[in-house]
Design a protein around this ligand. Structure first.
Ligand code: F6P
Length: 324
């Protein structure tokens, strides 16, 4: 392999820039050319490539978002789109790809690899931490720290006004962010899709916490929670059934995806970039790079895409005990 392309796809996540930097510098270290591809798969279809060297990624390690921009490409889901993409890669002499993104991005890579036997290696980048085959995805640690900091601030208002706050956090269909920030920020209750607390138990728990002397409360709600009501309906429901609290809702939204990556994410991104490029050079393809017990690891794309990232049950118990 003499030329590798790198792209970011799906939702941006802190640490993606640090991963691009690592891929570019690892290529330079091994005397291989590296091309940045703009806007994910869309950029391959449009032939939107730029040659990158070690100096073109200076000052990038601490930047949130992705300098290569990201997109969720509809055209790449079609056979014609992938044909165009393949033609453009061949024309530019790009012989392998590093795809930084989530499971949707890896599904695209897998199909592309099946059709054209084109070498691809994935780096998991999403704040949701919902990918099988790695204990941490890029951006997850940063998002946890961002959210905990914000909930600490919300708590100032909650306790000054004796209020109950429902704080909705991202995570798509997974509750990793909610469960961890809930424990980290000392939430009274945590609602996640993996465990249905039920409306009655929620009320009971809030009443119990009031009776135990708590004047304010934070309930962290994962956006994918399946309690049957969204946060605003939850607020109405609790207000109708409990007079003890004045209730407010805070939906944190996209601020959770921004900001400089944490040190953990910077180091993880650097390690993943090295592993991805060196695995391609060893002739491996169709894998996602991951980290398990602080060791870099490879998981076949089909497993990474089909497998389920599981909630740590121990954390559920810890959160129960902590809300006593
Ligand atoms: O996958 C990352 C994520 O931020 C999810 O947590 C959220 O559900 C989704 O992306 C939001 O996507 P968009 O930015 O397209 O609204």
């Amino acid at each position: 392999i003499k030329k590798i392309g790198v792209l970011t796809s799906g939702g941006d996540a802190p640490g993606m820039n640090a991963a691009i930097r690592s891929v570019v510098r690892t290529c330079a270290y091994h005397n291989i050319k590296c091309y940045g591809i703009y806007r994910g798969y869309e950029g391959i279809i449009d032939g939107d490539f730029v040659e990158m060297g070690p100096r073109s990624v200076k000052g990038l390690i601490n930047k949130g978002g992705t300098m290569l921009k990201s997109a969720r490409s509809k055209t790449f889901r079609t056979k014609e789109g992938r044909q165009l993409a393949h033609d453009n890669l061949i024309k530019a002499g790009i012989e392998a790809l590093v795809v930084i993104g989530g499971d949707g991005s890896f599904t695209g890579s897998m199909v592309f690899n099946e059709e054209y036997n084109f070498p691809v290696m994935g780096i998991p980048g999403t704040i949701d931490n919902d990918i099988f085959g790695t204990s941490h995805t890029l951006g997850y640690d940063t998002a946890l720290n961002t959210v905990v900091e914000v909930i600490d601030k919300i708590r100032d208002t909650a306790s000054s006004h004796n209020r109950l706050f429902f704080v909705e956090v991202m995570g798509r269909d997974a509750g990793h962010i909610a469960l961890n920030v809930g424990i980290g920020a000392g939430a009274e209750e945590i609602l996640i899709p993996e465990e249905d607390l039920g409306l009655e138990r929620l009320l009971e728990s809030l009443r119990r916490s009031k009776q135990s002397g708590k004047s304010s409360s934070i309930v962290v709600v994962a956006e994918g929670d399946k309690i049957g009501k969204n946060v605003f309906e939850l607020k109405d429901y609790v207000e109708e059934n409990m007079t003890e609290y004045e209730v407010r809702v805070s939906v944190l939204g996209h601020m959770q995806r921004g900001g400089p990556p944490s040190c953990f994410d910077r180091v993880l991104a650097s390690r993943m970039g090295v592993k991805a490029v060196e695995s391609l050079l060893e002739g491996k393809s169709n894998y996602m790079v991951g980290i398990k017990n602080d060791v870099m690891d490879l998981t076949p794309f089909d497993q990474a895409v089909k497998g389920k990232s599981k909630i740590n049950k121990e954390l559920l118990r810890v959160s129960d005990i902590m809300s006593t």
